[in-house]
Design a protein around this ligand. Structure first.
Ligand SMILES: [Zn+2]
Ligand SMILES: [Zn+2]
Length: 368
């Protein structure tokens, strides 16, 4: 069998990528016909221009024998061990045969293509043609897209150096993760091993950030319950009404009533305390209930409507709990909206958080 392979024969079925191509790539394992070797007629010139690796391959290939004095024979290159489907797409891209490209590539297909483009050192030449596939995957990403698929897209975006899609897909991945556990995606190439670890790390950071946001919301209410904020109406905390004035000492209820109102609303909206993230059941309990995800809680904060609380009775020693709460809520919402929950490709590659404006994706400083 090995001998046969080395003899480099032209397979019975040959598809022309270019009709006058001077080489035939021999492949097998096409998803349509896995058993049959199929030849692809290509131009060594086109492939060598785009890829130094192809150039090398052609340089070491057996030159065509022209013993019978007939027409020049094509160079035959055995690529039986390669990913045939991905090679087919890659060589069509490199020959600018856009008409041969599929309208849609699944996440795993795009990743296989990216791995091959890396191997043949033609990421830049092949990258531009992939943008519409990335685009389509992004717009078709929904709640039913699973984490493994998103991870395939992340690896593809990383290998193709697509900064925008990388930030988007890493964010989608983080949003889908549990609020309670840490998951490390399974890297399919040596290059993405470190990325998998970094993404899991980012997930832990996102959990912490989210919990901190919610703590700050609750804190904006809780301070009014402290002993040194309790005050009588129109008297500063720590002061009692003068008995000579003959007034009844009444504790001012405005702040604490408001705070109770807001905390109750947070609890009803299942935002705070973490005990009300009720859908959570650890996986080991074999329950059908899903882990609550980071995105579930972000959505709850987004959808939260603060209750109407009329604080017109407040005295000059009230702490204005209404304003404090509403401002905190707004600023947390804005932060969550702007926050890069996923990763920045440029920062990741540099191994450090770069300054704002230095990266292709806009993000706050220190996002990594
Ligand atoms: Zn007051
Ligand atoms: Zn960055």
């Amino acid at each position: 069998m090995d001998e046969q392979k080395k003899m480099a024969q032209i397979p019975e079925s040959v598809a022309n990528v270019v009709a006058d191509g001077d080489a035939i790539l021999v492949l097998s394992g096409f998803s349509g016909s896995p058993e049959t070797p199929i030849g692809l007629r290509v131009s060594t010139h086109a492939l060598s221009l785009a890829s130094p690796a192809f150039k090398n391959t052609f340089a070491t290939a057996t030159p065509p024998t022209n013993a019978d004095g007939g027409a020049a024979q094509p160079t035959i290159v055995n690529l039986l061990d390669e990913d045939a489907d991905a090679i087919y797409i890659l060589v069509n891209i490199l020959h600018l045969r856009n008409d041969k490209l599929p309208a849609h590539l699944p996440p795993s297909g795009l990743r296989r293509l990216a791995i091959l483009a890396q191997k043949y050192a033609c990421v830049v030449a092949a990258g531009r043609a992939t943008v519409h596939w990335f685009d389509r995957l992004y717009f078709n990403t929904s709640t039913t897209t699973n984490s493994a698929e998103i991870w395939s897209m992340i690896e593809a975006a990383y290998l193709f150096d697509e900064a925008t899609f990388f930030a988007r897909f890493t964010t989608s991945w983080i949003f889908k993760q549990s609020l309670h556990t840490k998951q490390i995606p399974l890297a399919t190439t040596a290059e993405t091993q470190k990325l998998a670890l970094m993404l899991a790390e980012r997930q832990s950071q996102a959990q912490i950030l989210l919990r901190r946001d919610i703590d700050m919301l609750a804190d904006s209410c809780a301070f009014t319950f402290s002993k040194d904020k309790v005050h009588y109406i129109d008297y500063a905390p720590g002061l009692s009404p003068d008995p000579d004035e003959g007034r009844q000492a009444v504790t001012c209820p405005v702040d604490s009533e408001g705070a109770k109102e807001y905390l109750g609303a947070l609890r009803d909206a299942k935002i705070w305390p973490s005990l009300v993230w009720g859908d959570y059941k650890p996986r080991s309990s074999n329950s059908a209930l899903q882990d609550l995800t980071i995105s579930d809680v972000v959505e709850r904060v987004k959808a939260f409507r603060e209750p109407e609380y009329d604080d017109c009775d407040k005295c000059e020693f009230c702490e204005d709990v209404r304003l404090t709460f509403i401002e905190t809520l707004q600023s947390k919402r804005e932060e969550q909206e702007k926050r890069l929950w996923g990763l920045c490709l440029d920062c990741f590659k540099a191994g450090m958080a770069k300054g704002s404006g230095e990266c292709r994706v806009e993000h706050a400083k220190g996002a990594l």
